[in-house]
Design a protein around this ligand. Structure first.
Ligand SMILES: *Cc1c(COP(=O)(O)O)cnc(C)c1O
Length: 406
C-alpha cells in the first residue's frame, strides 16, 4: 500500500518483495513468485546475479559518483562497448528512457536548425510510447497520458504505425521534417511489431530525405528480442537510438546512441546531465553487457521466447476471448477481447507476476536468464489465470470488444 505521503501516480498491486533470486521473487508474506515482468524489461539478468552484485558492491566501495566535469573511465569503457554492439558512432548517457528520447529529439531539432529549418518537425507513430517528460509525452501516442498537460510540446506529426504511404505523403509536401521516431516493437502501446520491409523502406526514405531515423529501443533493446537491438532483425542501422530499461539492470541509466551525421550534431554546451552514467551505474551497465555475452543470453531470449509463444498457442487454443498472441523474443503480448487488469491479480495469486498494457493486452517481459522449466511454468500459470478470468461472467455494464463492435 502507498503511504499517504506518496503522490498518487501509481496504482500498485498489493504485494512487496523482500528479495529475488534469478527469475524468482520472494514476497513479504513468504510467497515465491515467478517474475514474468523483470521490473518492466529492466532486470534482464534476473535478481541477485552474483557477478552483477559483486561488480556493484566493489565499485560502490571505490567511487559512486564523480560528475561529468572529470573523465570517467568506467563510462568511456561502457560507451566503447555499447557503440561496438550497436554499430553506432557515439553515445550520450542520461538517467532514463524519457531522457534518452529527449536527447534524440534535441539532436533532431538542432540538426534542423543547422540546416536552416526553423520549425523542425518529427514524424511519430500512433500508439507510440516515448516517456512522460513534456516533449516525450507529446511524442507519445497516448491521449490518456497527455490529457490535462496541454499545451503539448509542438513539432510532432503523427502517422499510423507500419504505414509507409502515410510518411511518403508527408515527404511530398513538407520541407520541415527532420526525423522519424519509432519503436520496432511497441511495448506500452500493446506489443505491436513493425514489419521488417516497412523498417527497410523507412530507412531508405530517411536516407533519401536526409531525415534521421530514430529508433526508440528503450524497451526492445539490450537483448530483449534475441538480438542486441530489435532493429537488427531488419538488418538496418538507425541514425539515433534511445536506450534505457535493461541497460543498467536496475541502476538508472539512459543512453542516446548516434551514427554518422547525427553523431556530430551536439557541441559542448548543447546538452548535459548531473548524474548520467557515473562510475557505479556505468559498471553495472558494462557488467550487464558482459554477462549477457558470457551466458549467451541473446540466444536464450530468442529460444525461450519462441518456446513460450508456441506453448501459449497450444495452451490457449480455442479459448474464446483470446484475440492474438504476438511479440518477439522475450517481449510478448496476449491480446484479449476485454480489459485484462483483473488477470494480473489472478496470475499473482497463481504465483506469477505479469502486467496489462493498453487496456486489453497482457504483457510478459521475463528476465533474459529464464530457463526452459521456468518458461513452461510461466505459460502454465498465465494460461490458467487467463482461463479462470475468461470463464467468469463479464461485470455488468462491461462488454467485450467483439460485442462492442457488433
Ligand atoms: C519505458 C519506455 C520509455 C520511457 O522510459 P522511462 O525510463 O520510463 O522514462 C520510452 N520509450 C519506450 C519505448 C519505453 O518502453
Amino acid at each position: 500500500m502507498l503511504s499517504k505521503h506518496q503522490m498518487n501516480t501509481f496504482n500498485p498491486q498489493n504485494v512487496a518483495f523482500t528479495h529475488g533470486v534469478g527469475a524468482w521473487l520472494y514476497t513479504t508474506d513468504g510467497r515465491k513468485i515467478l517474475d514474468g515482468l523483470a521490473g518492466i524489461a529492466v532486470n534482464g539478468l534476473g535478481h541477485a546475479h552474483p557477478k552483477l552484485v559483486q561488480a556493484i558492491a566493489s565499485q560502490a566501495g571505490k567511487i559512486i559518483h564523480a560528475s561529468n566535469l572529470v573523465n570517467i573511465p568506467e563510462q568511456a569503457a561502457l560507451a566503447d562497448r555499447i557503440c561496438e554492439l550497436a554499430k553506432m558512432d557515439n553515445v550520450f548517457f542520461g538517467n532514463s528512457g524519457s531522457e534518452a528520447n529527449e536527447c534524440a529529439i534535441k539532436i533532431a531539432r538542432l540538426y534542423g536548425h543547422q540546416r536552416g529549418i526553423s520549425n523542425p518537425q518529427i514524424i511519430v507513430m500512433e500508439r507510440a510510447w516515448h516517456g512522460r517528460t513534456l516533449a516525450t509525452l507529446a511524442a507519445s501516442g497516448s491521449r490518456k497520458a497527455q490529457a490535462g498537460f496541454e499545451p503539448l510540446v509542438t513539432g510532432f506529426i503523427r502517422v499510423p504505425y507500419n504505414d509507409i504511404a502515410a510518411i511518403r505523403a508527408i515527404a511530398e509536401h513538407s520541407t520541415d521534417v527532420v526525423a522519424v521516431l519509432t519503436e520496432v516493437l511497441q511495448g506500452e502501446g500493446g506489443v505491436y511489431e513493425a514489419r521488417a520491409d516497412y523498417l527497410r523502406e523507412l530507412r531508405r526514405l530517411c536516407t533519401d530525405k536526409q531525415w534521421f531515423m530514430m529508433i526508440d529501443e528503450v524497451q526492445s533493446g539490450v537483448g530483449r528480442t534475441g538480438k542486441w537491438f530489435a532493429h537488427q532483425w531488419a538488418g538496418i542501422v538507425p541514425d539515433v537510438m534511445p536506450l534505457a530499461k535493461g541497460l543498467g539492470s536496475g541502476l538508472p541509466i539512459g543512453a542516446c546512441l548516434a551514427h554518422g551525421v547525427a553523431a556530430n550534431v551536439f557541441k559542448p554546451g548543447n546538452h548535459g546531465t548531473t548524474f548520467g552514467a557515473g562510475p557505479l551505474v556505468s559498471v553495472a551497465a558494462r557488467t550487464t553487457l558482459e554477462v549477457m555475452t558470457d551466458e549467451n543470453l541473446l540466444e536464450n531470449a530468442a529460444k525461450m521466447g519462441a518456446l513460450i509463444k508456441t506453448e501459449f498457442a497450444h495452451a490457449l487454443k480455442g479459448a474464446e476471448g483470446v484475440k492474438e498472441i504476438r511479440g518477439m523474443g522475450l517481449m510478448l503480448g496476449i491480446e484479449l477481447d476485454r480489459p485484462c487488469a483483473e488477470v494480473v491479480k489472478i496470475a499473482l495469486d497463481h504465483g506469477v507476476f505479469i502486467n496489462c498494457t493498453h487496456e486489453n493486452v497482457l504483457r510478459m517481459l521475463p528476465p533474459l536468464i529464464i530457463n526452459e522449466a521456468e518458461a513452461r511454468e510461466l505459460v502454465a500459470r498465465v494460461s490458467d489465470a487467463i482461463k479462470i478470468f475468461l470463464a467468469a461472467p463479464l461485470p455488468t455494464g462491461q462488454q467485450s470488444t467483439q460485442q462492442a463492435a457488433a
